[in-house]
Design a binder for this molecule. Sequence first.
Ligand code: GLN
Length: 491
Amino acid sequence: MTDLTTLTLADARKGIAAKTFTSLELTDAHLSAMEKARVLNAYILETPEQARVQAKAADAKIAKGEVAPLAGIPLGIKDLFATQGVRTTACSKILGDFKPQYESTVTSQLWRDGAVMLGKLNNDEFAMGSSNETSAFGNVVNPWRREGSDAKLVPGGSSGGSASAVAANLCFGATGTDTGGSIRQPAAFTGIVGIKPTYGRCSRWGIVAFASSLDQAGPFARNVRDTSILMRSMAGHDPKDTTSVDKPVPDYEAAVGKSVKGMRIGIPKEYRIDGMSNEIEQLWTKGADWLKAAGAELVEISLPHTKYALPAYYVVAPAEASSNLARYDGVRYGARVNGKTISEMYENTRAAGFGPEVRRRIMIGTYVLSAGYYDAYYLRAQKVRTLIKKDFEDVFAKGVNAILTPATPSAAFGIGEKGSADPIEMYLNDIFTVTVNMAGLPGIAVPAGKDKQGLPLGLQLIGRPFDEETLFSLGEVIEQAAGHFTPAKWW
Ligand code: GLN
């Protein structure tokens, strides 16, 4: 019998509807794969009982002829999503064993559509990081290895557990969140597809907040079609999130395979950064050639404020984070370390509960928001943000349908290799992705090739607001040309 975990989500859906196999069989196949893959540390909590209950419920409905869009499909959930009665920690010690009384809107929509939860996935603490090395549960291991080496590599971050689990066939798809690149960068590092939707497309309600004006949830899967299927269930208006947008959710899957003839694709010259490797350069050219061969027109464009995006992001994101993280005071959630006075209790709890990267962000954030520095840093960063957004608006106004860029400046790196001496080295991973969050636009990462060490590399497509469909159509062209990327199993 074929290994059920290697199917695509679309084929699993077909097989379930045709009763070739049951959701319970699919679920059990994944649960046993997860058990054997614990060395990857992708799941920080497995929920087999709940998964089997959901799978049986899906099977019972299917037997009655009711087939929901994700009926019986096993998924993994990033630990940033609140799951009712199931431990949710954002991979921080400060949340302790917090069990939410409520379910996030995005996950409740997945369950509404029949999906099955296999467990909670590892991530960087409060989604701050690019390598999944800041998690209180330890780092995640990328299922990919360099050719001829058994050195352990990072899966990217912050949604590293999601990316690693999808790439290693430990679920058909997973949820992620992306504040500065946390879906697209790990997707690129693990050879899978990930999309950050337009700001406001998915509800943020019930997702642990990092930087509220940048955070957006999105799906990961092993191909473009599967990603589009998940996206439809995750998207939608939610009155509980005032920044969620009341627009109908399209049938994203219908965009997969649609012609891209006549589309204008922008190649931004500012993304040709100093010291960019030949491999990335070549990958980018190859991607442009594929789109051209499919009938798209390539045009050089300019996004002049690109070079300010990363510094501005590292002012805005920590500022919002410091404000969001003020709520962890030892009173309302999870962990508490007592003190002689209430202030001492706050201090002790926060000192013990937050890891070093989170503490660094809180310090930067409170500094740039402080009375004497607000205008010089925070206000100025907000102005830069407006200029970055305008760069994109100008390009789209000239008839550009989407923009093609590399997803990351390199392939996955080794665990412990980056950022310990200088955090900027780690922050540079986000160079191609943060602009998209600053402008609130949708961006998709699609695997497009391998580097000379045999590791996957991704391309990014950036779209107009609420035009995720174009990204799925263009992403499919790249996927068809580049093929699929599967890590050799060693675990
Ligand atoms: N790596 C970026 C950061 O550390 C982005 C993280 C994210 O998108 N959640 O802030």
